[in-house]
Design a protein around this ligand. Structure first.
Ligand code: N0T
Length: 517
């Protein structure tokens, strides 16, 4: 029987990624940009280092320049090899299409595109002076990319249409124009002076020139429109061949928060509306979260309830071991993936490879997001814990009985449940240790699962209730394939002062009761 393709479902306001009939949550990692340019390298330096991490999914780039080295002839050796290797490792894949744009630039286009800057014209800085970013206003370039992408998708259908090792595809990477708020080529200037296209004026209920409709953000919206239009054409061409869910990721606004300091026109939350109007083929918009305020980004990307949380890139430092609990528990995330994942359990000399710190300095980027400093073993424990309870998590997604919490500049929080309020107090942040955070499930009115890192928990009666709360049982343990497995029953000294979870990712199953004062 033909299995349906992976797809994004929305039921009662809850998004799920359905893979082979079941909801799928990707505990993932994204590999470095250049690793998948060689199957040998993947074999030696990537897959072996992923084995201890308890991933179920790997996010891997594929490159236009290698796929269509000569115009019109396509080479799928790499793609096929990666799929085969992933199958051997029992891992699913999310592929990244490094086509016309990658981190704002056009470095991955084939040589025949780079050399022909008449046909494939560049976006310009004011002057105008040319850049190495192909203009999103260049139809010929978009058509060429779309053609290559459709070949990729039709090939995926052929080799993977049954097995679904590849579950999703990201179109381009961190799209947008870097270094300026918009393209200042003569052609772009002309278009910028025009009235906004009809689909835009309809979506925003306003017409006039870009500046009239969007004021100070006009340049950014203008770029967003053309990038979204390009992506829609590319994604549509691919979808026609093989309709895997496709998404677009964003390099977020960072200091000083001016379009161009981050890629202008990419799908940051602010301009997501124009992307949605212009690129309906795109299933979701995904934040690459390197910023310190993880919770804030999660909120921004899910606000309004019409975009599921999918994090294809996350920070490499210790916070990631905790952030994953929060993303799944609080925001029903479909994917969590730290960047450069093959470093996390690599022998000591392998850390921080391939990261361009020079560029980051130039762009004022906080480099702490990229330092590993021992994150690997903690992340592996988080993933092992969560990976063994994905069935449980799926069962509670969207029920209102599951939530998450995360330490930021706060010392604790109170989570309300049906019969109790749960007071969580975070352990003080310690250098080199994960921050506090976790996921809580209300299994029944009196039973709770707590998983996470670095907190103590106290159950309180509801406000104004003349009752006290006691424990019937406190079990320490973990899930094994979605079944609770008790390791110790905590009582006596271990629970005399309430319950807590230390610096290692752990799980508790507790039952509480109320008694009269
Ligand atoms: C990411 C990665 C890779 C704290 C950086 C991040 C990947 C690309 N770009 O190593 O190049 O291919 O998607 C941009 C940095 C954002 C800074 C956020 C401030």
């Amino acid at each position: 029987m033909l299995k349906p393709l992976p797809y994004l479902a929305k039921e009662n306001g809850l998004y799920s990624l359905i893979v082979d009939g079941n909801p799928y949550i990707a505990l993932a990692g994204e590999i470095h940009n250049s690793s998948s340019s060689s199957l040998e390298y993947m074999k030696e330096k990537v897959w072996p280092n992923l084995r201890g991490l308890h991933l179920n999914t790997v996010i891997v780039p594929v490159f236009w320049e290698m796929l269509e080295f000569r115009q019109g002839s396509f080479d799928f050796t790499l793609v096929d090899g990666i799929i085969e290797q992933a199958r051997e490792e029992n891992l699913r894949l999310v592929l990244l299409w490094f086509g016309l744009w990658k981190n704002g630039r056009s470095t991955y286009v084939p040589g025949w595109v780079k050399r022909d800057d008449t046909t494939y014209f560049r976006a310009c800085y004011p002057g105008p002076s040319a850049t190495d970013t192909i203009s999103p206003l260049c139809d010929a370039a978009v058509q060429a990319d779309a053609k290559a992408f459709s070949q990729l998708m039709s090939h995926l259908k052929e080799v993977d249409g049954q097995q679904h090792t590849v579950i999703m595809v990201q179109v381009e990477n961190e799209i947008g124009f870097l270094g300026s708020d918009r393209d200042y080529s003569a052609y772009a200037n002309e278009q910028f002076a025009q009235s906004v296209p009809q689909d835009v004026s309809e979506a925003f209920g306003n017409n006039g020139t870009w500046s009239e409709v969007f004021g100070g953000d006009a340049a950014e919206y203008f770029m967003a429109y053309y990038y979204a239009r390009a992506v829609e054409e590319i994604a549509q061409a691919g979808t026609k061949e093989y309709a895997l869910p496709m998404f677009v990721n964003a390099w977020l606004e960072q200091f000083p928060e001016r379009a161009g300091a981050y890629p202008s026109g990419g799908p940051i939350a602010k301009v997501m509306k124009i992307w949605k109007a212009v690129a309906p083929t795109i299933a979701l918009y995904a934040p690459d979260i390197y910023l310190a305020d993880f919770a804030k980004v999660c909120e921004e990307y899910t606000a309004g309830g019409d975009n599921p949380l999918f994090i294809p890139e996350a920070r490499r430092d210790m916070v990631s071991a905790t952030n994953v609990f929060y993303a799944l528990g609080k925001h029903d995330a479909l994917c969590f993936a730290p960047f450069g994942i093959e470093d996390f359990l690599a022998p000591a000399d392998g850390s921080d490879t391939g990261i361009d710190f020079g560029l980051m300095m130039a762009l004022n980027i906080d480099r702490s997001a990229f330092h590993l400093n021992g994150t690997g073993p903690y992340l592996a424990q988080s993933y092992e814990l969560l990976g063994n309870m994905l069935g449980i998590i799926n069962q509670y997604r969207g029920t209102g009985q599951m939530t998450g919490f995360l330490q930021h500049h706060n010392s604790g929080c109170i989570l309300p449940f049906s019969k109790y309020d749960l007071k969580l107090t975070y352990k003080r942040q310690e250098q080199g240790k994960p921050i506090a955070g976790g996921l809580v499930i209300e299994v029944s009115e009196d039973e709770f699962i707590l998983v996470g890192i670095g907190f103590s928990a106290e159950f309180l009666p509801k406000r104004g209730e003349a009752k006290k709360v006691g424990f019937v049982k406190i079990e320490e343990g973990s899930f094994v394939k979605d079944r609770w497995n008790m390791k110790r029953a905590l009582n006596g000294d271990e629970a005399a002062y309430g319950i807590s979870i230390g610096r290692n990712p752990s799980a508790l199953y507790v039952e509480v009761y109320k008694y009269n004062i």
